[in-house]
Design a protein around this ligand. Structure first.
Ligand SMILES: [Mn+2]
Length: 325
């Protein structure tokens, strides 16, 4: 467990970025995709003054070492602790290229990371935030891998998006025990591919049976848009959910242990809804920059305000990058 200490008066702010998917060429001067990412990141850092920046996967594409190195040099230049979990694109060529990236990143002064048992994947670790002498928040990063073989489904596919394994859920349970022992009763899980409960949460909170392209950000902010009991949700649902097709049991475990109150994932670039479901707020991170497929209005980052007792609030911070379109 890594500890981050903050003794300032205000909140500890965690800024999450996601699905930047930058190639080496997009880091070149004048490239609009790279510039949209940099302007978004710099605007958010100035606006939010984060104490920690997390990236919920898909930084680049496996094997694009030039891009990964430029990324780390860039993030380190802000002199703010930063970290990431890996997404399906980071993992798409197996473990070896990801491990090379980790070794390179660990040479960077502000990169916060702890290697894990290799069978769990490449990014499973905990950051404990200590605020004014109190263990206030556990930030648990977990690796959701890439794809796994899956029985032939009706759609004719024999692969599915991967998710958390049984071994990772056992690991998670032990980490929660450690957090509780340290006096920390609030945690946030950061991963790339949504856990299965997102499917159930969408069914419960939305009136539509699937994505609603006509839904606006303002609709999401309005209590009337949501089903009864889900009025404090926000964000939009513009894309069919993609995750492991069966329940891995993650939400049941989180609910039973009662420590994790927030889960944030990336992966779907055009969903950024946040729905509190069975005691846990399930959040799709707001995408950062124009890398890969995107909806230009859905750009920015997600901010967690944290005090001595854990996460007080979560919001998306939108940044206008229409000039790069
Ligand atoms: Mn992605």
């Amino acid at each position: 467990m890594i500890k981050l200490t903050d003794n300032s008066e205000g909140n500890f702010r965690l800024l999450n970025l996601t699905d930047t998917q930058l190639t080496a060429g997009e880091w070149e001067e004048g490239n609009p995709t790279g510039m949209s990412f940099r302007e978004t990141t710099e605007t958010l850092i100035e606006r939010v003054s984060p104490n920690l920046i997390t990236i919920s996967g898909d930084l680049s594409y496996a094997g694009d070492f030039v891009s990964y190195r430029k990324y780390a040099d860039y993030m380190d230049s802000f002199k703010i602790p930063w970290t990431c979990c890996f997404g399906n694109h980071d993992n798409q060529d197996g473990d070896e290229p990801v491990r090379q990236v980790v070794d390179e990143y660990m040479k960077h002064k502000y990169f916060v990371f702890e290697k894990c048992e290799p069978s769990l994947g490449n990014s499973n670790f905990v950051i404990l935030i200590e605020k004014n002498g109190k263990s206030s928040e556990g930030v648990i990063l977990m690796d959701t891998h890439d794809q796994v073989p899956y029985r032939l489904s009706l759609s004719g596919q024999n692969r599915a998006w991967a998710g958390l394994t049984k071994e990772q859920l056992d690991w998670y349970e032990k980490r929660i025990e450690e957090l509780e022992k340290a006096g920390c009763h609030d945690s946030t899980v950061i991963l790339h591919i949504p856990i299965h409960a997102y499917f159930e949460a969408a069914k419960a909170a939305f009136r539509t049976d699937g994505p609603d392209k006509s839904m606006t950000i303002e609709d999401g902010d309005s209590a009337e848009y949501w089903n009864k009991g889900y009025e404090d949700s926000f964000g939009v649902y513009h894309e069919v959910l993609s995750g492991y097709p069966e329940d891995e049991g993650a939400l049941a475990l989180m609910s039973r242990l009662g420590n994790t109150k927030n889960v944030i994932c990336g992966h779907d670039h055009m969903n950024n809804w946040a729905v509190k479901f069975k005691g846990v707020r399930l959040i799709f991170a707001l995408k950062t920059g124009l890398g890969s497929y995107h909806e230009p209005a859905l750009n920015g980052g997600t901010v967690f305000e944290i005090d001595e007792n854990g996460v007080k609030s979560v919001r998306h911070e939108y940044v206008d990058i229409s000039k790069y379109l």
